[in-house]
Design a protein around this ligand. Structure first.
Ligand code: DGL
Length: 265
């Protein structure tokens, strides 16, 4: 990579605004880098779609980012990582493409002392068994996984606490392992880090709660040639709903979002 390529932004792609939790971690770990974030809000949710459809949507979104010029790509969406990562790596080679499943599994494997991990994710991620494979490869002995689609809807509404959220999270956690114990909960969806404190409250201190945001950011930082320019910029693109992206996105990113460009894929 020559110096001008190193100054290109890092592309971050998600089905919507949940991936801003990953962007937040990336910016904390690499404050001097520029980022361009694309949320495919017109097609969200990916989690209930077939793998073929997710691959098609993801391919279009990534083509758009590549055409704008990026030095690497983070697939911040767990569902797109589970269904489309190998195809994206192949289609856009030699662009470095990183997913969130392996870093998430790494975080859970490090946290789990009893080697029993429960995963809350979307229907698509659970169906593809991507976390199962990644966790078992890392020596975890038992994996329970449950789709939690209502949590995506609640997070999209900007609701992360209150009685309704508590009730829904509790219902998903109650059924996750058929009553068997687990020592680590992996939040395997971009939207779920906002429910961390409700999960912690319901599960108590005996269960570690992890997500893939910081392990992904650390893995990307370790293999990204540093940007030489001093002007770190972040641009936000979405396929629909500028106002909603700004309003709810700020809640995921942890800071206000001013400009959102609407793009047609
Ligand atoms: N971004 C998706 C994921 O992490 C969640 C939202 C969706 O279903 O599109 O799996």
């Amino acid at each position: 990579m020559n110096p001008s390529q190193a100054d290109l932004p890092i592309g971050v792609f998600d089905s919507g605004i949940g991936g801003l939790t990953v962007l937040r971690a990336l910016r904390a770990v690499m404050p001097h880098e520029s980022f361009i974030y694309l949320g495919d809000t017109a097609r969200l949710p990916y989690g209930t779609k077939s793998a073929e459809t997710v691959r098609r949507y993801a391919g279009k979104a990534v083509s758009h980012l590549v055409a704008r010029g990026i030095k690497s790509l983070i697939v911040a969406c767990n569902t797109a990582t589970a269904s489309a990562l190998p195809q994206l790596i192949e289609a856009f080679a030699p662009l470095p493409v990183h997913g969130v499943i392996d870093p998430g599994a790494q975080a859970a494997s490090r946290a789990s002392t009893e080697r029993v991990v429960a995963v809350l994710a979307t229907e698509g991620t659970v169906r593809e068994r991507a976390y199962h494979r990644a966790l078992l490869q890392r020596g975890v002995q038992r994996v329970f996984a449950r789709p939690a689609p209502l949590l995506v809807t609640l997070a999209e509404e900007g609701r992360a606490e209150g009685d309704l959220v508590r009730h829904v999270v509790s219902d998903y956690l109650d059924g996750i392992s058929g009553g068997l114990p687990f020592d680590t909960l992996l939040l395997g969806c971009t939207h779920f880090p906002v429910f961390r404190s409700v999960c912690a409250d319901l599960l108590g201190s005996g269960v570690q709660i992890v997500d893939s945001a910081f392990t992904t950011a650390a893995a990307v930082a370790a293999c990204t040639p540093a940007c030489q320019s001093r002007r770190a910029e972040v641009r936000f693109l979405a396929t629909d709903g500028r106002e909603r992206f700004r309003r709810v996105g700020g809640f995921f990113l942890g800071e206000p979002i001013n400009d959102v460009e609407i793009v047609d894929l």
